[in-house]
Design a protein around this ligand. Structure first.
Ligand code: ADP
Length: 174
């Protein structure tokens, strides 16, 4: 598995699946969620609504998969990150679950290349350094990671990019 770091807009990345930092309603929102639904078009929202009708949205730490509509990727994996408040340990576990559940869905759908945004590091206010550490650890610790060819961490802002760059140079996170 190759780990890559990019400073980019995730809606422009051509991979099998991009991950969306969604919310429990699955009906779209601000930040990366808004950008994905805007550029991906209505097909994504329609599938999200179907999932919502069937299972009532998506819980924090869980993930669901839809088409990517007009985006260059094939699928969007929607995961719901935790809001950074209350029990911090619980929030860290939930963020790790987002990465793990997204990767499980990827493997189930034979996805070989996947791009993650910094889940929870925008509107949900998770500290960026902690979130990046959890992201990298979760990917490295995923038990079926050998079935994935490439994982791309896509950073939108300089701060996140620099944090990932620093952490990815460290070996003790593996
Ligand atoms: P959350 O509610 O999970 O915090 P946000 O969308 O507010 O989700 O932010 C998550 C991260 O996604 C932030 O680091 C933000 O800078 C980043 N982001 C926002 N738009 C994009 C985009 N188009 N591509 C990649 N990352 C993005």
């Amino acid at each position: 598995m190759i780990l890559e770091l990019l400073k980019a807009d995730i809606t422009e990345i051509q991979v099998d699946a991009i991950v969306n930092a969604a919310n429990t309603s699955l009906l779209g929102g601000g930040g990366v969620d808004g950008a994905i639904h805007r550029k991906g078009g209505n097909a994504i929202l329609e599938e999200c609504i179907q999932i919502r009708n069937k299972q009532g949205g998506c819980k924090v730490g869980e993930a669901v998969i839809t088409t990517a509509g007009n985006l260059p990727s094939k699928y969007v994996i929607h995961t719901v990150g935790p809001v950074w408040n209350g029990d911090k340990e619980e929030k860290k576990n939930l963020l790790a679950a987002c990465y793990q559940k997204s990767l499980e869905l990827a493997v189930q759908n034979k996805i070989k290349t996947i791009a993650f945004p910094g889940i929870s590091t925008g509107i949900y206010r998770f500290p960026k350094d902690k979130a990046a550490e959890i992201a990298i650890k979760s990917v490295n610790n995923f038990d079926r990671i050998s079935e994935i060819d490439k994982v791309i961490f896509v950073c939108f802002d300089d701060e996140n990019y620099q944090i990932y760059e620093r952490l990815l140079k460290r070996v003790d996170l593996e």
